[in-house]
Design a protein around this ligand. Structure first.
Ligand SMILES: Cc1ncc(COP(=O)(O)O)c(C=O)c1O
Length: 358
């Protein structure tokens, strides 16, 4: 039997989110960002559903993710009409070979990358990634790159940039970046397709959608702006099974460091989900789980493989699966309580957690 730790992946919610984002994208195409194993949800579950919904543009991090995705899409009946952008570009010769073999579309920031593609015999297309204020990846000389592409029979798919503060709608950087993007695109080549917006940007600056938008988080059902919900539905529900129920006396302590001591006799559930599965250790004595309308507090420290819950006075039993985030406990709220973002929760889910489509 596999480990009783399951992330349920609600494909209807994924469909709903994709449709909603498509409607809000004011005529732009949607590039579904399914990097890092579909934000931890399982690329193999996510990609075929999006393809069936009509999605023909996907974004991953690098060539390895891109090659895997190309195989998945081919198995789902899609040829090279589906584009796969490699947002991190090309690292080395091997990447350039994979990009060539699997018809990937790297986002390019320097001449060396074009050199590698040329050597690999690449005649596909590339995105030119420019910086508009985030000061992460960005081409210093985009025009030169475009010329090199033309000289090497490499097509330019478009120009992209990324917003630094899209989840803070009033942040002045948003308008500054949008203005810088339009003016740089005009200067570089006004005819080239443009792509600027991530999930939060689609909601707050739809007029900047350009030719193609790049939602990630929102596809998975997290509201990028909790104060401006748009009706997204959570895709992942993370659960672990109660593998033992313990009755402990008053005065007994629980888990490593004896950080929790029972004031009265308690029923404790030992759940098969720990930090090696991606349940953050910060939830020790702080988090909660959900079962049949009941909230079950985490007691003691989260261990590598287990987490203990207070089930005193509840109907919880051995074999029950409890939810740590998903349809009843928002992953966004869990992340907020830990002073992190839901991206880190999702991408931290361990390999030994089964992703199960529902
Ligand atoms: C270049 C790029 N585009 C789009 C996205 C998707 O962003 P989000 O998940 O906020 O929609 C990311 C995510 O990190 C990214 O790096």
């Amino acid at each position: 039997m596999s480990r009783p730790a399951i992330a349920y992946i609600n494909l209807n919610h994924l469909r709903h989110n994709y449709r909603l984002l498509t409607q809000r994208s004011t005529g732009a195409s949607v590039m579904a960002i399914i990097k890092a194993n579909g934000y931890g949800h399982g690329q193999a579950l996510i990609a075929p559903v999006l393809l069936a919904e009509g999605c023909r543009h996907f974004g991953v991090t690098d060539a390895c993710e891109g090659a895997q995705l190309r195989k998945l899409l081919a198995a789902a009946g899609s040829g090279e009409e589906s584009t796969i952008a490699m947002l991190a570009g090309i690292y080395d010769k091997e990447d350039a070979g994979l990009a060539t073999a699997h018809a990937l579309t790297p986002a390019i920031t320097d001449s060396a990358q074009i050199g590698l593609l040329k050597e690999a015999g690449f005649h596909g297309s590339v995105w030119i990634k420019i910086d508009t204020g985030m000061n992460r990846l960005g081409a210093e000389q985009p025009q030169l790159l475009i010329k090199q592409c033309h000289d090497s029979a490499i097509a330019v798919r478009g120009i992209m940039s990324h917003l630094a503060c899209a989840d803070e709608p009033d942040h002045p950087m948003n308008r500054q970046q949008a203005a810088s993007f339009s003016s740089q695109c005009r200067q570089i080549d006004p005819q080239l397709p443009r792509s600027l917006l991530n999930s939060a940007g689609i909601i707050t600056m739809p007029e900047e959608a350009g030719d193609i938008v790049r939602p990630g988080l929102a596809l998975y059902g997290i509201e990028p702006l909790p104060a401006m919900p748009v009706g997204l539905k959570p895709v992942m529900t993370l659960t672990g099974a109660i593998v033992q129920v313990r009755n402990i006396p008053a005065g007994a302590s629980i888990s490593y460091g004896a950080s929790f001591t029972a004031r009265q006799p308690m029923r404790i559930a030992v759940v098969s989900l720990g930090y090696a599965d991606g349940l953050p250790r910060g939830l020790s004595n702080k988090g909660q789980a959900f079962l049949r309308g009941q909230t079950l507090p985490v007691v003691g420290r989260v261990c590598m493989d287990y987490t203990m819950l207070d089930i005193t006075g509840t109907d919880a039993e051995q074999g029950d699966y409890v939810e740590f985030w998903g349809e009843n406990i928002s992953a966004g709220d869990v992340a907020g309580a830990l002073d992190t973002i839901s991206y880190t929760l999702f991408t931290g889910i361990g390999e030994r957690v089964t992703r199960l489509a529902v």
